[in-house]
Structure formats: C-alpha cells, structure tokens
Write a new protein. Sequence first.
Length: 185
Amino acid sequence: MRGNGLQVTEVAHAGRVDGTQTVTGYYRGATRLSLSLVLVGRQAYVLANAGALQHLVGFKLSAALDEAGKWFVVPASDQAIFEKLAAGLTVTSATQQLNLVGELAVLPERKLAGRAVVGVSGTTMAFGARGTQTVYMRAVGAPLPVQAVQDYEGVVQSMSFARWGQVPVAKAPAGALHFERSWLA
C-alpha cells in the first residue's frame, strides 16, 4: 500500500474463521512500521511496534509507546476496531475486497508470478470510497483470484492470493493483554 505517507507490505493467510497477517513498512519514509495479526475465531491478537500502533491501528502516542512489543487481544464485541483489524483475515472478508461494479474491462492474458492470468478492471466501492481495481484470476483451472490492485484517491494497495485450500496456522498467543478503548486516539 502506498499513499498518504504510508508505504507498507501486507502478507496475509486467510482461512474460513482464522487467519494471520504481517505488515511492514514506513510512515513518511522515516517511522518504521511492524505489525503481526492473528485471528482466532472471534478474537484478533495484535503485536506491533509503536509506529504501527499509532499510524495503522490509531493509538494515542503515549499508549503506542506503552503497548509496543506486547500482544493484546481485541474481541469481536469491540466491533469497530475488531473489523478494522480482522479485515481480509478470513476468506469471506478477503474476497469482499474484490468488489468490481459498473462497466468492466477484460485485459489480455499475461503471466503473473509465473502463472497465466486474465485481468478484469473496473470501479470498486470495497472500502466505501470510489476507486479503481484490477483483479487478476487464473487463466487455467478454477478462476481463483491471484492478485488485486486497488487505487483509492492515490492510495495504491496490492493484494496477492495464494495457498488456496491450505489452513493458516493461527494460534492464540499466551499472556495477551486485553485491549482498552482508552488507547485509541
């Protein structure tokens, strides 16, 4: 993802009810970002540095400094923050981000990560804002998505899809703190 001062790489493994994700990168070229997410059922576990807690999760600076490097758990009952963290960590939520609407353009077959793919490009409203999205799907076999590239007002995000049918290794970390809403800015 690039834009609004963010340059991050996200690697996720989504399952039916569990998933994992790591996010690394920089904010405004200087602040290093590092975040790990583990979704186990209706609980999202987070481990992050202060920069990621402040700029990606939305923590106050003081809370980000205090909670950096510690696992904490956010239950689904804390809906707004849970949905933000868990987005894309289940197959259902990951594929909801593939939301092309309106007139579509089919792109010529090409190779992506060594695999023959066909692209479909159009407008998307996946995050509640109008953007453009190109979804590349397998050209041979089941038409599963391989990659999606989205541009929302200059914020460009690329998601890769792989390991279809493999269950992610998502285990609850021991000793996680309970999330406190007072940590949020």
